[in-house]
Write a protein that binds this ligand. Structure first.
Ligand code: UGA
Length: 452
């Protein structure tokens, strides 16, 4: 193949297509466009495409709308995949790989796109899988495309897993910890190195299957780290140690590090829950057992219910109780609710007869779609906690962390604050009549409101 074919007139800027405009696809597309590449983002959802054509981001992601506006001259949004794929140099597949009922990854969307590429590609190109896919999927996609392809062109397949986090996705892409390039031959690696030439990050060229494994092994390790520290936090509560002090002490060991040692009510989101289950399923399918990952999943399932279990210390049941919920997204900085603890805790409280008031700075609209009735949505924390018998902090939004804690005492009927994200210092509650019960720490003023 003539390598020069791939470069456009202005040197190393390439014509790139990105099917799938979720967190991975859209952020990748916009960041590549910001570096001067000509990027066409493809999605099946016409309304979403129209919105993006107006320069509006369909997802809540800090910094993305600004970068999108700045890069509009290099961006096209369309539902017409043919026009996008036929003369693309590189096609980044960023479509979803949701969880199937058995925990395995659903590859339907990835194969749909592969089929469209096979039918439409009219020049040599590199197809890059950014979506998280089980080990061996790139091989399957390659055979599938080669079987189905219509034109006599060379279509390469490379793995380039994504390591961005929601809420910091733009930063994580522009300043990536590493760029992993998984290939079976040199040429697609060269092309991807060119694509990422202006990205300041270590570039690692590995076997394609290793690249697929790096993604799962990284996410599952982080999930394991969280479940580990949550178990230690639970033990701290029992034996009278303080998890915040313990993790501070652990983190100074560079081999452990301070990050991802925050205990709470478990990990959620679209990645850790799905990727732990998928790798576990995949290992079983290949006659291996991942006992540590299984344990991480199990610990997380239990951890999600910690606050409701704690609430039972203060109330025998929740009938007619006014419960304030602060935060419903799986973490701050996103409007995403996938696998958020709120989704499983609020129904328990409601079924038990509680009146629920929810405050969340950006997640409320999405939450309303899941729970349109019976929940009162509040525009400020004060409204949510006024007259409440109980307050559950499920997401550590900045507004919660900066909230004047005296107001819990002033506004709540029974100021019992159950903090699933350790937003405050215990000493802040010393001279109050607030019961403050958090994760892995002693409870401040434990007996004030316990029903005798
Ligand atoms: C995660 C990874 O961090 C990214 O590197 C990866 O690219 C991404 O999945 C993906 O596969 O696409 P994300 O799901 O956006 O990113 O969010 P995280 O910031 O990792 O948080 C996940 C969950 O873990 C949240 O519910 C958060 O509250 C929880 N968490 C995180 C803790 O409970 N403790 C911590 O110390 C850190």
């Amino acid at each position: 193949v003539n390598k020069l074919l791939i470069y456009t007139k202005d040197g190393k800027k390439m014509k790139i297509a990105v099917p799938g405009t979720g967190y991975v696809g859209l952020v990748t597309g916009v960041c590549l466009a910001s570096k001067g590449h000509k990027v066409t983002c493809v999605d099946v959802d016409e309304n979403k495409v129209k919105k993006m054509q107006r320069g509006e981001s369909p997802i809540y992601e800090p910094g993305l709308p600004e970068l999108m506006k700045e890069s509009m001259e290099n961006l096209i949004f369309t539902t017409d995949y043919k026009s996008a794929y036929q003369d693309a140099d590189v096609i980044f597949i960023g479509v979803g790989t949701p969880e199937k009922y058995d925990g395995s990854a659903n590859l339907t969307y990835v194969f749909q796109v592969a089929k469209q590429i096979a039918q439409t590609a009219e020049k040599h190109c590199v197809v890059v899988l950014k979506s998280t896919v089980p080990i061996g999927t790139n091989d399957k996609i390659e055979s599938y495309i080669h079987n189905k392809q219509v034109n006599d062109v060379k279509i390469y397949v490379a793995s380039n897993p994504e390591f961005l986090s929601q809420g910091t996705a733009v930063h994580d892409t522009l300043h990536a910890s590493r760029i992993v390039i998984g290939v079976t031959e040199e040429y697609p690696a060269d092309v991807l190195k060119q694509v990422y030439e202006n990205f300041d990050a270590p570039k690692l060229v590995v076997e394609r299957r290793s690249a697929e494994m790096i993604k799962y092994a990284s996410n599952d390790f982080l999930a394991l780290k969280i479940s580990y520290i949550n178990e230690i936090a639970n033990l701290c509560e029992t034996v009278g140690a303080d998890i915040e002090e313990v993790t501070a002490g652990m983190g100074f060991d560079e081999r452990i590090g301070h990050r991802f040692l925050k205990s709470g009510i478990g990990y959620g989101g679209s990645c850790f829950p799905k990727d732990t289950k998928a790798l576990n399923w995949f290992a079983n399918f290949n006659d291996n057992e991942l006992r540590t990952i299984k344990a991480a999943i199990e610990v997380n399932e239990n951890q999600k219910f910690k606050l409701v279990k704690k609430a039972k210390k203060y109330y025998n049941d929740f009938l007619f109780l006014n419960v304030a919920i602060l935060g419903c997204t799986f973490k701050p900085g996103t409007d995403d609710l996938r696998e958020a603890p709120s989704l499983v805790n609020i129904p328990i409280l409601m079924e038990d007869g509680a009146y629920i008031r929810v405050w969340d700075p950006v997640g409320q609209e999405n939450f309303k779609k899941c729970f349109p009735e019976k929940i009162q949505y509040c525009s400020c924390i004060e409204d949510a906690i006024a007259g409440a018998d109980l307050c559950l902090i499920l997401t550590e939004w900045g507004e919660v962390k900066e909230f004047d804690i005296k107001k819990y005492e002033e506004l709540m009927k029974h100021p019992i604050v159950l903090d699933g994200r350790n937003c405050y210092n215990l000493s802040d509650f010393a001279n109050t009549r607030i019961t403050y019960d958090s994760i892995g720490r002693r409870t401040v003023n434990p007996d004030l409101y316990i029903e005798k």
